[in-house]
Design a protein. Structure first.
Length: 328
């Protein structure tokens, strides 16, 4: 699949649920209205749409959400997709907040998952609860170490938050080095109403990187996953740090991905509203011809890029939907 700008689309991110057991302050409002369960695709339908993408050239699938591991019976989907590794699919990965990993790490590894991303913005228990509103850090840390014990490679995702975790990022680099985890730092993106002001949270990663460079030797690397992160290697620990900078640096020119929500809506860009309904063609027939045609038609509309802006004049989200719907 090639889009109008010549980019080959090989990566699908599937948001298997918009629900989450946490309420991170930059992601959701405390009181969220979630999608009615009746609107969700079944796990079988999600697998069928994902299989269509794989037939059309997707080689990497990431399950995300919401919190993917809180969807009931999600392991059925993981096992179904895991069975396609080597049959068109190269890699199946998961992005999780870690809260369910003590239960699922072994099953994920057995299903063929080799790498996971775990979101962890702080190592401080009180701050963790403040950021997630409801979470307890022990659960996530236990999950992370269960995943490590199960043999999964782990990348820690941390959103850089002004005045919240900025003083801790050095410690997180050290901690990740100690445990053999890569780290990915993310700028807050203006997605969805969070019941507060994002200009207070936004911390440009250019500043973070300059600060880290005072304590660590950050070596440029051409390591690339085809994703938005730009990586450096920390000489002292040997681990990588990725910087995802949608606000300070546009990364769209190398975009290789599209997204599918749990209702069967396909988004061609995280930062744009244009979408394609795949549920109707999926349910219209048992044959996948109409579904595949709808996917290809949508790829033909993939936009050149997003235009996120956080400033005081435009104090509203660039896109109305939350990250938890589209899949972060
Ligand atoms: N529940 C899973 C998790 O916590 O990783 C998967 C979904 S979560 C939406 C995926 C990632 O998006 C997390 O690392 C989260 O911190 C990040 N995220 C959510 N809202 C964001 C925002 N407005 N700006 C930047 N990153 C955001």
């Amino acid at each position: 699949m090639r889009d109008p700008f010549g980019r080959e689309i090989t990566y699908l991110r599937v948001s298997v649920t918009d629900r989450c057991d946490l309420r991170c302050v930059y992601c959701m409002a405390e009181e969220m209205t979630f999608l009615p369960k009746a609107e969700l695709l079944t796990l079988e339908e999600l697998e069928r749409v994902t299989a269509a993408f794989i037939r059309l050239g997707v080689r990497k699938v990431r399950l995300t959400g919401g919190e993917p591991l809180v969807r009931r019976d999600v392991m059925r989907l993981v096992r179904g997709l895991g069975a396609r590794i080597g049959q068109g699919l190269d890699e199946l990965t998961v992005t999780t907040n870690g809260s369910q990993l003590t239960r699922f790490a072994g099953d994920l590894a057995a299903a063929g998952v080799r790498r996971i991303n775990v979101s962890l913005d702080t190592l401080d228990p009180a701050k963790f609860t403040a950021i997630t509103r409801w979470g307890r850090i022990e659960k996530t840390l236990d999950g992370i170490f269960a995943a490590k014990a199960a043999g999964l490679a782990i990348k820690i995702n941390a959103v850089a938050l002004k005045g919240v975790n900025e003083d801790e990022l050095d410690r997180m680099v050290a901690w990740c080095g100690e445990h053999g985890f890569d780290l990915c730092l993310i700028e807050t993106m203006p997605m969805g109403d969070i019941g507060g002001d994002r200009t207070d949270q936004y911390l440009p990663l250019s500043i973070v990187r300059a600060r880290l460079a005072k304590s660590w030797t950050l070596a440029e690397t051409d390591y690339a996953t085809g994703g938005p992160a730009r990586y450096v290697v920390v000489k002292e620990t040997g681990r990588r740090i990725g910087f995802i900078t949608p606000m300070t640096h546009n990364f769209c020119e190398s975009c290789n991905r599209v997204r599918l929500t749990c209702t069967g809506t396909m988004y061609m860009c995280l930062g744009q509203d244009d979408a394609a309904d795949l549920r109707t063609p999926l349910r219209a027939s048992a044959d996948d011809a109409a579904l595949e045609a709808a996917i290809l038609e949508a790829i033909g509309r993939k936009p050149k890029g997003h235009d996120f802006v956080i400033d005081r004049r435009r104090n509203r989200p660039a896109v109305a939907r939350h990250m938890s719907l589209t899949g972060g």
